[in-house]
Write a protein that binds this ligand. Sequence first.
Ligand SMILES: CC(C)(COP(=O)(O)OP(=O)(O)OC[C@H]1O[C@@H](n2cnc3c(N)ncnc32)[C@H](O)[C@@H]1OP(=O)(O)O)[C@@H](O)C(=O)NCCC(=O)NCCS
Length: 174
Amino acid sequence: MNPVEEKESPVQKYGSDQDTDYFDCGEDSINSFLKKNAVVNQKRGVSQIFCLRENVDGVGKPVIGYYTLSAAAIPSSGVDREIIKGVPLGYDAPVILLGRIGIDKRHQGKGHGEFLLMDALERAMNASNDLGVVGVVLDALNEDVASWYQSYGFITLDESKMFIPMKAIKALFR
Ligand SMILES: CC(C)(COP(=O)(O)OP(=O)(O)OC[C@H]1O[C@@H](n2cnc3c(N)ncnc32)[C@H](O)[C@@H]1OP(=O)(O)O)[C@@H](O)C(=O)NCCC(=O)NCCS
């Protein structure tokens, strides 16, 4: 799998040529973010949004799925020192937040979720060459989805917060 963005990549930054009208991943907050907040959010630099689109001709390519990335920090207290090695004691650990990820219900269970998750992790790994980050963090919506993330190497930090260290991300792409 090599989801690095190129002209031909099916994963593109959110833009006006994407059709989000029919997007429904089954989670209202993830649907409404894409339809109502994505434009402003991206414009203001709060998060960057990446979409997997259907490969159809013309403008208005339907969105199959999307994810968002932002810079974030997690308190290093209470986190196993081994996984945030190098972060000075008492300082927050710099991370990338995978804020949202969703696949349209009609396309779920076909590997698109894994593809987008890997794309997000690879993008975070590449960003870590230019920006100090020790891993990727997210809030799992529920226990089922937490087990999905665990299968890729995420560990639970507290009730819903999950984390994958950069070292583990790099190992996924070796
Ligand atoms: C979670 C989600 C992104 C996965 O996308 P997907 O394209 O369906 O996943 P894939 O096809 O790549 O992977 C399918 C595998 O993941 C498992 N899986 C998918 N969604 C899951 C979930 N919510 N809970 C537990 N396991 C899940 C499937 O059982 C399947 O396992 P199998 O291959 O052993 O059969 C998608 O189901 C979705 O958009 N859910 C609603 C929004 C959501 O919960 N987002 C996460 C917010 S934290």
